[in-house]
Design a protein around this ligand. Structure first.
Ligand code: NAG
Ligand code: NAG
Ligand code: NAG
Ligand code: NAG
Ligand code: NAG
Ligand code: NAG
Ligand code: NAG
Length: 166
């Protein structure tokens, strides 16, 4: 009996950071020119982020933001509201980010990538919050989404999404 109760509590009260995954990205309003001065890349980047909460308690996360990077430079960011994902549940949310290459982007590299037809991007977001199990066990957790991908200028779509395990 004791062993069963112990095993039960070890499973139920084990709290881990919920898992984030980039399900898909929709690109809209894509505009670019490699030969203008400076070369530019503008678009609306809609990321569908999945929050998978394997814990036996609700994950409540705070307001946060998501960003898109080109060659280490932030080229778009958007805040999103906090929310919650109940225990053993999965929620998807869309975050819309207006992306625009800026003066900090290395123009030589951007020109080259735009001409190649493939632009490597990175997307990052963190979800900070608390997981509460049966009102008694409460732990702060941070989940991170960190993915690289290619923007294909011919198909005007994102391909080759690869996310770091967290
Ligand atoms: C791109 O920029 C070049 C140089 O400024 C210009 O001649 C060309 O019309 C532009 N192309 C587009 C599609 O805007
Ligand atoms: C989250 O953002 C909304 C809207 O900006 C704001 O009303 C709310 O107070 C924020 N919540 C926290 C916990 O900062
Ligand atoms: C920027 O692009 C150049 C050329 O592709 C590459 O060598 C360099 O490592 C990149 N830097 C970052 C921070 O991604
Ligand atoms: C996110 O946007 C995509 C494409 O517009 C849509 O298919 C999907 O249902 C949306 N997801 C959520 C959670 O709103
Ligand atoms: C690209 O976006 C920036 C910032 O929103 C804007 O100032 C610029 O006019 C846009 N360029 C084009 C060609 O749409
Ligand atoms: C862009 O990268 C090239 C190659 O490394 C370098 O020569 C150039 O100075 C960089 N330009 C800027 C604005 O950082
Ligand atoms: C980019 O998209 C086009 C059109 O869908 C496709 O033919 C091409 O193979 C893609 N490029 C790469 C490098 O995947």
């Amino acid at each position: 009996m004791g062993a069963i109760a112990l095993t039960f509590s070890l499973i139920v009260f084990r709290i881990a950071a919920p898992n984030l995954d980039l399900q898909s990205v929709v690109i809209k309003n894509l505009k670019f020119n490699s030969s203008s001065s400076p070369p530019y890349l503008n678009m609306t980047f809609i990321a569908e982020i999945q929050v998978k909460n394997d814990n036996f308690g609700t994950f409540k996360f705070q307001n946060s933001s998501a960003g898109v990077f080109y060659n280490g430079t932030l080229i778009g960011t958007s805040g999103f509201f906090g929310g919650e994902v109940r225990g053993r549940e999965t929620e998807n949310m869309n975050v819309t980010i207006k992306v625009s290459s800026n003066v900090w982007v290395n123009q030589t590299y951007l020109n080259g990538d735009l001409n190649s037809g493939l632009v490597k991007l990175r997307s990052y977001a963190d979800f900070r919050g608390k997981v509460t199990v049966l009102k008694i066990a409460k732990q702060s957790k941070v989940s991170v989404l960190d993915c690289t991908m290619n923007l294909n200028l011919t198909s005007k779509a994102i391909q080759d999404i690869s996310c770091a395990e967290n």
